[in-house]
Write a protein that binds this ligand. Structure first.
Ligand code: HEC
Length: 133
């Protein structure tokens, strides 16, 4: 009996590690250079741009982040406090570079205009009560 204990401990540790790897933790935010953080969305507050961004979202993002952007399985909600508090520049950096090893693709193939539009759209989403995800 005693012999099996280390095996179970290892299994538990592995599972805990896998969960940590899957959960979005906002680590990408620490990679954003300061100059990018301060970039301003040329479409901030522009309702037409947000409407265009809604279409960009439906075509490219909803399959992972959900139709209403509230997340799907290990794909995080974009209505979280973390995303809503991120600067436009930080979101623009993430969309351009992605966070590929964690499953978030780069959208550098989309015209930059569409990336700013989708960010303008994210700003129109109602925030989620419980955040962190
Ligand atoms: C193939 C699935 C997939 C697609 C498509 C996708 N994402 Fe993501 N996205 C992810 C995953 C997985 C993460 C979590 C990365 C991590 O662990 O930090 C993420 C993270 C994010 C985050 C940061 C969330 C946070 O809480 O830190 C934003 C913002 C985001 N995505 C926006 C978008 C937008 C906008 C699009 C469409 C242009 C898009 N994503 C398309 C999978 C996807």
């Amino acid at each position: 009996m005693k012999m099996h204990k280390p095996i179970w401990s290892a299994v538990v540790l592995l599972l805990a590690g896998a969960t940590l790897l899957c959960a979005a933790d906002g680590a990408w935010l620490r990679k954003v250079p300061d100059a990018d953080r301060k970039r301003v969305n040329p479409y901030a507050g522009d309702t037409q741009a947000a409407a265009a961004g809604k279409i960009v979202f439906a075509e490219n993002c909803s399959k992972c982040h959900g139709d209403d952007a509230s997340g799907k399985r290990n794909r995080p909600s974009l209505r979280s406090v973390r995303v809503q508090q991120a600067t436009d520049g930080e979101l623009a950096w993430l969309l351009r570079n992605g966070y590929v090893w964690k499953g978030m693709p780069s959208w550098s193939a989309l015209p930059e205009q569409q990336r700013w539009q989708v960010i303008a759209y994210l700003r129109t989403l109602p925030p989620q009560a419980s955040s962190a995800q």
